[in-house]
Write a protein that binds this ligand. Structure first.
Ligand code: M6R
Length: 606
């Protein structure tokens, strides 16, 4: 979603800002802009489309500056136009960029218009810069003006502001949308994600909710929500820079699919002792919580929600606890029942998904025994606000379509299942022994890529598709359908195979490919009956099947054999062929694989 980069330095910062925006491109956006201060001269350059358009426009304009703010916008209020792109400027004096949504923008806009402010955009953001300008007339400093303004904003924001009267100061404020300060020597930076600043620093300070900070070349002052000066932890980033390069791969998504054996290995490393899980991987107080827990409530969005759905099968089968899984945007707006000794688990790649974060904050007031997150980004809001955290070690995931984050979430959830089982005196060895084999099994499964690339040719002219699975493979079918629709734009739905005859069978014809996930487990014969129901109605079937499942390819069925794996890890293994299928279909269709239309990597607005 929207991205922010800012800098206050002695040297020109144009290139730093543009490079920072490029490193945030993966988040998804539709326009970009930059405001630069050269002494007391303020220049703004904006462009619709990719950051490279902004880069060209900047070169053409020939402007530079030693203080600057830059932004990639993912449209919420107002269309994709230059006028709506950030930065927004008030009275040629104050410049501002913003991530998030100001919910009371309409009333603020009316009031500001009444006071003579002229609006040039349709955005909710423009009210922020005019209000700060108005308050600037009543306060002696820009800091005080911003502190006064944020009290009037309802909604979420990460915002960065400067006043052209002072080229050695930017003011930043965080409420609901993350910001990280990057520390340099004689220069300092701000961004919505540390990835943007890795070429210039590896030393960071994460702002906390309600913080406002004043950043100059040589100083950083942070104030909490009550205006008290506070110190926040300084951290050294351990993210490797080359995480943001594609290497030998054509797309980040393909690279990330192939990184899965390593990502799983890294996620397991140091966390298994013989046939037991090292419970401290979840946090210091995890052991007692796992002993006492009777119910697990999982909350997540999108792909992360699918991993939670798989976990429900595992937790109820192996750990003897009941489990509910709910989409965060639903959970946060209904009155739910909190079971006795209930553990709240959020799952998120980014740790910043607005709905998941809001659901966590709500749940913390509702009497859960503890909150835990399974997350890929250290220092993210979900990690900081949860009692326990299990960090997946997938490394930076750049492709909008989540791949290695999903499989490492599944590993985290398997380890959670084994840990709870362990504390309750149940068998955990079956799970642990199976997990140890996962990296090798994933490597073997990736060898299917060429066959799947051939298969993908048959999907390129299709408009609809159906994914089927049973048991813990039903959520994998859902994840396969989500992958296909988000990157190839082919309409895809997933069904529990037993549901077919309750409606979806009516859709079956030769133009509707049916993708079936068929490991060799106790549901195989049931699944085979469902497949026959489809065949009898002229459907064309693509089966990802265990070698011993005895499906045979013929005119109406294409079979891709997957090596046998223990059923407990089968959901992780069968995810890979479905990812590869979506990837190759998207490549054949020529879509933007890494940044599919209309989507954002980190969904920081609701
Ligand atoms: O960062 P999160 O895991 O919280 O993100 C949740 C969803 O937005 C995300 O999984 C989304 O569905 C992906 N684009 C799917 O590939």
């Amino acid at each position: 979603m929207c991205g922010i980069v800012g800098a206050v330095a002695e040297r020109p910062v144009n290139k730093i800002l543009v490079e920072g925006l490029k490193r945030l491109e993966y988040r998804g956006y539709d326009s970009a802009g930059v405001a630069l201060l050269d002494g007391n001269t303020l220049n703004t350059v904006k462009a619709v489309g990719k950051v490279v358009n902004l880069e060209n426009a900047l070169d053409e304009a020939g402007v530079k500056g030693t203080t600057g703010i830059a932004h990639t916008r993912w449209a919420t209020h107002g269309g994709v136009t230059k006028a709506n792109a950030h930065p927004h400027i008030s009275n040629s004096e104050i410049a501002l960029v913003h991530n998030g949504i100001i919910e009371n923008h309409a009333s603020l806009r009316e009031a500001l218009k009444g006071d003579g402010y002229e609006f040039l955009s349709d955005t909710d953001t423009e009210v922020m810069v005019h209000l700060i300008h108005q308050l600037r007339q009543q306060h002696t400093t820009l800091l005080a003006s911003v502190q006064a303004a944020v009290k009037q904003f309802d909604g979420a924001f990460g915002t960065v502001v400067f006043d052209k009267a002072n080229d050695n100061e930017i003011i930043v404020a965080r409420s609901g949308s993350p910001l990280v300060i990057g520390l340099g020597l004689g220069e300092n930076f701000i961004a919505s994600d540390q990835l943007a600043l890795l070429p210039v620093t590896r030393t960071f300070i994460y702002l906390e909710e309600g913080d406002v900070a004043r950043i100059t070349r040589n100083s950083v002052e942070i104030f909490d929500v009550d205006g008290n000066a506070v110190k926040r932890e300084v951290i050294e980033s351990n993210i490797t820079q080359d995480a943001s390069g594609k290497g030998e791969y054509r797309h980040y998504m393909l690279k990330e699919i192939y990184e899965q054996p390593l990502a799983v290995r890294n996620t397991l490393e140091g966390r298994l002792n013989d046939d037991r899980v090292a419970i401290d991987a979840f946090g210091d107080s995890a052991q007692q919580i796992f002993k006492d827990v009777k119910h697990v409530q999982i909350i997540a969005c999108g792909t992360s929600y699918h991993s939670g759905m798989v976990a429900r099968y595992w937790l109820e089968q192996f750990a003897g606890v009941s489990c509910n899984v709910e989409i965060a945007s639903e959970f946060r707006y209904r009155q739910s029942f909190v079971h006795e000794n209930s553990l709240l688990v959020t799952i998120s790649q980014s740790g910043e998904t607005a709905d998941t974060l809001a659901a966590l904050r709500l749940a913390k007031q509702q009497g859960y025994m503890a909150s835990m997150t399974i997350c890929n980004v250290p220092g993210s809001s979900l990690v900081r606000e949860s009692d326990l955290a299990f960090m997946t070690k997938a490394g930076a995931e750049i492709g909008v379509a989540s791949t290695k984050a999903f499989t490492t979430q599944l590993v985290g959830l398997l380890m959670l299942t084994a840990s709870i089982a362990q504390e309750k005196g149940l068998d955990q060895g079956t799970i642990v022994n199976a997990i140890k084999l996962l990296p090798a099994k994933l490597e073997e499964t990736l060898l299917l890529a060429d066959g799947i690339a051939d298969l993908a040719e048959e999907f390129a002219d299709k408009h609809h598709s159906l994914f089927l699975g049973r048991g813990s493979q039903y959520p994998i079918a859902m994840e396969g359908a989500l992958k296909l629709k988000e990157i190839s734009y082919i309409h895809a739905e997933a069904y529990a195979a037993g549901e077919l005859k309750h409606g979806p069978l009516a859709l079956i014809d030769a133009d509707m490919p049916i993708i079936v996930v068929a490991p060799n487990n106790e549901l195989l014969e049931k699944l085979k009956s469902n497949v026959e129901e489809v065949r009898a109605r002229g459907g064309i079937i693509y089966v990802f099947a265990d070698k011993d499942s005895h499906f045979e390819s013929d005119d109406t069925m294409r079979v891709i054999n997957v090596n046998h794996v223990d059923d407990v890890i089968a959901p992780v293994v069968y995810t890979l062929p479905l990812q590869l299928l979506s990837y190759y279909v998207a490549v054949i269709k020529g879509t933007d694989v890494d940044q599919p239309r209309n989507l954002a990597k980190s969904v920081t607005v609701e």
